[in-house]
Design a protein around this ligand. Structure first.
Ligand code: UDP
Ligand code: MN
Length: 243
């Protein structure tokens, strides 16, 4: 039997949301023994999102976790995007899961199916390259002769774990053995803070996947920003030519 794989996906309302979730659902539909935790940064769920999840046939739990107002109202500097969502997913894992592995899969990235069948066997924390990220092109553990030598990332920023959110997966039982583990509301340091909260755990202990980090199985794609969330109620708009 395959170990269960929990996918934690933060999402939020914007013009691209339903397109991103449709694409991601069609990827995850092809993955066996998967439980999809979709957590929206909002004060209520959205039936259009729920329809996509339902139609996928995937086992899912759709939850909400709004970004705390002090961050949402911030006028300067980056916000901790998706952090309250991921912490909600982690809470769900603590209460409901006991084996397998979990992975933080943002709604806009691109995933090779091979990735899911590698990460579900994670015993502690596994790591692998992420493509299309920053000008550096890739974020990855540096591996020489099969052993970990450090991290390559467009922004090291003094981090112990210079990895992207899409570049690691965690064993459920390992996570459950760290009752304090959670993600900090600290833009740029979410991954580092979360992985540090799994102490004792050192970078060299990471399980190196994707053929010793020589293959790219996930890309940090970003969809071009469009106008705010849109509606098919055409009467709300001026761009009409009614007969
Ligand atoms: N996200 C969110 N609330 C926000 C902005 C983003 O829940 O206000 C989610 C988004 O759907 C995605 C994740 O957080 O799954 C990371 O956001 P984004 O893709 O915008 O970050 P980037 O790719 O720029 O790092
Ligand atoms: Mn993104």
């Amino acid at each position: 039997d395959l170990p269960p794989l929990y996918i934690i996906t933060p999402t939020y309302r914007r013009a691209e949301q339903l397109a991103e979730l449709t694409r991601l659902s069609h990827t995850l539909m092809l993955v066996p023994n998967l439980i999809w935790l979709v957590i929206e940064d909002a004060y209520s769920t959205n039936s259009l999102v729920d329809d996509i999840l339902k139609r996928s046939g995937i086992r899912y739990h759709y939850m909400i976790a709004p970004m705390p107002v002090q961050y949402k109202n911030k006028t300067k500097g980056p916000r901790p995007r998706g952090v309250s969502n991921r912490n909600k997913g982690l809470e769900w894992i603590r209460e409901n899961a006991y084996s397998g592995a979990f992975y933080f899969a943002d709604d806009d990235n691109t995933y090779d199916l091979t990735l899911f069948n590698e990460i579900r066997y994670t015993k502690t924390v596994s790591m692998f390259p992420v493509g299309l990220i920053t000008k550096a092109g890739v974020s990855s553990p540096i591996v020489k002769n099969g052993t970990f030598r450090g991290f390559y990332d467009g922004w090291i920023g003094g981090r112990k774990f210079a990895v992207d959110m899409a570049g690691f997966a965690v064993s459920v039982s390992f996570f459950l053995s760290r009752p304090q583990a959670s993600m900090p509301f600290k833009p740029g340091f979410e991954e580092d803070g979360f992985l540090k909260s799994l102490a004792p755990f050192e970078p060299f202990e990471a399980e190196l996947l994707a053929s010793n980090c020589t293959k790219i199985l996930v890309w940090h794609t970003q969809t071009k920003k469009n106008e705010p969330a849109w509606s098919l109620d055409y009467s709300k708009y001026n761009n009409t030519n009614l007969i």
